[in-house]
Design a protein around this ligand. Structure first.
Ligand code: MRU
Length: 346
């Protein structure tokens, strides 16, 4: 990759600042877990798998900040670190999945000295990051087969290298199809209000010389109806047991439009984005973000002062609109309930 989303370097966590892209490519170093929590909340890093990696590295950093005389005090403080990181963003399940994984490692080494436990936590966080990159490549390989020669693929938000440890999920599928020599192009929805499509997807695809055309969100139906879109591929923040999928606000509208126009609609996501504890999408917590994201663009007001605003950051696409869910273990089509359970090994 021509950029690094997040890495553990010299016992610091380094992230590309996604709030400043595409204008500036700036990397920020974090040496305390509270700043990592702030970076997740403030969307310096965003995208479900990347948030998971950041949280895991945050736990590892936090473990190094703890001053404790006893194991009891260490574990108590570590639990507080995990709670603070878990309160940053509610929708992407990868955040909670990664924190749970870190807690399990800490538990498994209770009999070791504190510095060894810290070393195990650091190693686990780095593994989560490295595994995610491998998983994205597998998702890419599995999904590329669904992309036809000459296809125009519509994507929403940014499910790319910036949203993962690298390569991406939805953009992983696109990258793999491009690398396989298919002559494809991408339509990127700008993705109001935070503009992940315009600022991030357009940036990383252009960097990789993958043909990309930017459209505003309300243009998707126009191009679908004209027959200019071959398929849609998006990422996911949480997938319930029945396949209902939470993703960036506006994804549901894209899926309904795709169905109306007879266009396949695919979700690309790692197994860590599945939340089989939820029967369906209704139970997925939806983050509501600050009104300023809607009323302002680049700090400038685009709405009258004092206007009432709603700003849900995600919506849920019912499984019936999803043609297939592309995972690192294969593509699931229909009968999500049974097959997703099998994939997770339950
Ligand atoms: O609010 P964001 O930018 O974190 O939302 C990101 C998305 O909705 C992505 O599509 C999703 O996390 C998948 S990332 C591979």
């Amino acid at each position: 990759m021509s950029f690094r989303t997040i890495e553990w370097r010299d016992d610091k966590v380094v992230m590309i600042d996604q709030t400043r892209l595409p204008g500036e490519e700036v990397y920020i170093e974090y040496s305390d877990f509270k700043s990592v929590a702030e970076a997740i909340r403030g969307m310096v890093i965003r995208g479900a798998p990347a948030i998971g990696v950041a949280a895991a590295m945050g736990v590892a950093l936090g473990s190094r900040e703890i001053i404790a005389d006893t194991h009891e005090s260490f574990y108590q403080q570590l639990s507080n670190v995990c709670d603070i990181l878990a309160r940053t963003r509610p929708t992407a399940v990868n955040l909670f999945w990664a924190i749970e994984r870190m807690k399990r490692v800490a538990e498994a080494h209770r009999d070791k000295d504190l510095n060894s436990i810290r070393a195990f936590l650091k190693a686990e966080a780095i593994s989560i990051e490295q595994e995610d990159l491998q998983i994205c490549r597998a998702i890419g390989r599995n999904g590329a087969a669904l992309i036809k020669e000459g296809a125009t693929i519509l994507t929403h938000c940014n499910a790319g290298g910036l949203a993962t440890a690298g390569y991406g999920t939805a953009l992983g599928v696109i990258r793999a199809a491009h690398e396989a020599g298919k002559n494809i192009q991408v339509f990127a929805d700008e993705t109001r209000p935070w503009l992940q499509g315009a600022r991030l997807t357009a940036w990383e695809l252009m960097k990789d010389h993958i043909p990309v055309t930017l459209i505003s969100d309300n243009m998707a139906g126009f191009f679908m109806k004209k027959g200019e879109i071959s398929c849609c591929v998006v990422g996911a923040d949480r997938i319930a047991a029945n396949g209902d999928t939470a993703n960036k606000i506006g994804t549901y509208s894209v899926a309904v439009l795709a169905r109306e126009n007879g266009i396949p609609f695919y979700v690309a996501a790692p197994i860590s984005t599945l939340d089989l504890s939820l029967e369906n999408g209704e139970a997925i917590p939806i983050e509501e973000r600050h009104s300023r994201e809607v009323t302002h663009l680049q700090g400038l007001p685009v709405a009258p002062e004092g206007i009432r605003v709603r700003n849900p950051a995600f919506d849920v696409t019912p499984a019936k609109y999803i043609t297939g869910i592309i995972t690192e273990k294969g593509v699931v089509r229909g009968d999500y309930e049974r097959v997703l359970k099998r994939l997770v090994g339950q």
